[in-house]
Design a binder for this molecule. Structure first.
Ligand code: URA
Length: 208
């Protein structure tokens, strides 16, 4: 089974999930969207009202900003990367996801990361950053740095909803974080390209 097929199976499994109370209030599970073999994975917090109705992450005002910054600073569309959230169902009244809800949903996110195998993960805001770095530090302390996270490099940045409110300096810092992500993607692609011809030349097992 290819990872793309496994990811689709995971999406189907998640679509009927009842592991936490958020299942009771959702219109639909918002699993994630994009290229299942993307080099870049964005991880947000959880769906809002518009995402719950559309079944797709980041379709509201925050999403419009994310799309714009990803195009301007990385040169990618949402179809070329992958976008997921910490929790896949909408918390009521746009409240923060509760620890139990985050833990229930965590295996879906971890499996998405394992199957997509991105070179770079950009975490958007406190919830995704703290979860994936297992850190109690906030995004203000963590952004501006990069972290090894399994086979990927993690770039923490602000949540676009915060940047919409804060503007100015926060916007400039988020742009700088995305440029950092772009450089890491370019470096990872170069390494992959250098390794590929070697792999083709390598002798096949059992055929000396
Ligand atoms: N905010 C998020 O964190 N995720 C979404 O999908 C939408 C808004």
């Amino acid at each position: 089974m290819t990872d793309t097929v496994a990811l689709e199976r995971l999406r189907v499994t998640a679509s009927t999930c009842t592991l936490c109370p958020l299942a009771g209030g959702r219109t639909q599970v918002v699993f994630g969207v994009g290229n299942p073999t993307a080099d870049l994975l964005f991880v947000g917090e959880g769906p809002g009202r518009e995402e719950d109705l559309a079944g797709e992450p980041f379709v509201g005002r925050s999403g419009k900003l994310l799309d714009r910054l990803m195009a301007e600073e990385i040169g990618l569309t949402r179809a070329e990367c992958y976008i997921a959230n910490v929790v896949k169902c909408r918390p009521p009244n746009n409240r923060d996801p509760a620890p139990r809800e985050i833990e229930s949903c965590r295996p879906y996110l971890e499996q998405q990361i394992a199957l997509i195998a991105p070179a770079v993960i950009v975490t958007l805001g406190n919830f995704a950053t703290k979860l994936l770095l297992e850190s109690s530090q906030g995004i203000r302390e963590l952004r501006g740095q990069t972290f090894e996270r399994g086979a990927a490099t993690l770039v923490p940045t602000y949540h676009p909803a915060y940047v919409l409110r804060a503007g100015g300096e926060a916007m400039a810092e988020m742009r700088a974080d995305l440029v950092r992500a772009k450089r890491l993607i370019t470096a990872a692609r170069r390494t992959q390209a250098e390794r590929a011809p070697q792999a083709e030349r390598a002798p096949q097992a059992g055929h000396p």
